[in-house]
Design a protein around this ligand. Structure first.
Ligand SMILES: NC(=O)C1=CN([C@@H]2O[C@H](COP(=O)(O)OP(=O)(O)OC[C@H]3O[C@@H](n4cnc5c(N)ncnc54)[C@H](O)[C@@H]3O)[C@@H](O)[C@H]2O)C=CC1
Ligand SMILES: Nc1nc(O)c(N)c(N[C@@H]2O[C@H](COP(=O)(O)O)[C@@H](O)[C@H]2O)n1
Length: 221
């Protein structure tokens, strides 16, 4: 499976404010670039922290692109995937609507009654890992469901875990012209952080977009 990570940060590397309030960092051109990434993906993944903070939809915004996907024999929207160890996704979350299939990646620690509620709300549950989702094992199961290209939109904890597990193939970051600040504000890669064996990135693209810049990297394995 090809795993592509995309996020938008402030110049100081933050994904949102210290209150975890979603900020419009991207401008229209960058949101259109993200829409193209979504349209090219089989599924879009976020962590449950992002679901609780933003209640995202994760669908393709452009009708032309949705129509093109249908012409190509695909679903109009990519599937939605939530890394959600303890099944904390609210049953009325927007990404559980009928616009696309939704997979919840959970661990053995997820309460069975929560899983029953979320299955009733339309989710397909994939279990991998004891306390936290084992992303590598979960991705193997997603691949059997036909997910060959996965777009990851965040947040910082999930992105760090993916780098830690060596699962990221491509990374693109839109750096907007603003400073969010705050040591508690989520950054591109949170979690424990690396002290050695940092992921090796090859810079393959730099583009000015809106009032910011898009940096594109290939991740060396
Ligand atoms: N500017 C941008 O491009 C984006 C910004 N955001 C912002 O990021 C913030 C949310 O980020 P985070 O709090 O870091 O949450 P997150 O979205 O990374 O979710 C973290 C949660 O995912 C679950 N999880 C399951 N398996 C995991 C694993 N193997 N490794 C790590 N987590 C795992 C855990 O419950 C964990 O608490 C929000 O403020 C949101 O607005 C989110 C996405 C994109
Ligand atoms: N690329 C990008 N730029 C920003 O400025 C952002 N705030 C985000 N946030 C991400 O987009 C998700 C919302 O998606 P929907 O519009 O609801 O489909 C949000 O959850 C973040 O993952 N991204």
């Amino acid at each position: 499976m090809e795993v592509v990570v995309n996020a938008a940060t402030s110049v100081d590397g933050k994904l949102s404010t210290r209150e975890r309030r979603q900020v419009r960092i991207s401008g229209d051109e960058d949101f259109d670039r993200v829409d193209r990434l979504r349209a090219a993906a089989d599924a879009v993944l976020v962590g449950v922290g992002t679901v609780l903070a933003d209640d995202p939809h994760l669908g393709v915004k452009s009708e032309d692109r949705r129509v093109q996907r249908l012409r190509n024999g695909r679903s109009a929207n990519p599937a939605r995937v939530v890394a959600d160890s303890r099944a904390r996704t609210p049953p009325d979350a927007t990404l559980l609507n009928d616009d696309a299939e939704t997979y919840l990646l959970v661990s053995e620690a997820a309460p069975p009654e929560r899983l029953a509620t979320l299955r009733d709300a339309g989710a397909t549950v994939i279990e991998a890992g004891e306390e936290q989702v084992n992303l590598s094992a979960a991705f193997d199961q997603l691949e059997t469901e036909g997910v060959d290209r996965l777009l990851v939109e965040g947040g910082g904890k999930v992105i760090f875990s993916l780098f830690e597990a060596g699962l990221v193939d491509e990374l693109s970051v839109f750096v907007g012209s603003l400073v969010l600040g705050g040591r508690e504000a989520p950054t591109l890669a949170d979690g424990e952080g690396f002290v050695e064996d940092f992921p090796a990135l090859e810079l393959v693209g730099v583009d000015r977009l809106d009032d910011g810049v898009v940096l594109e990297y290939r991740v060396e394995s």
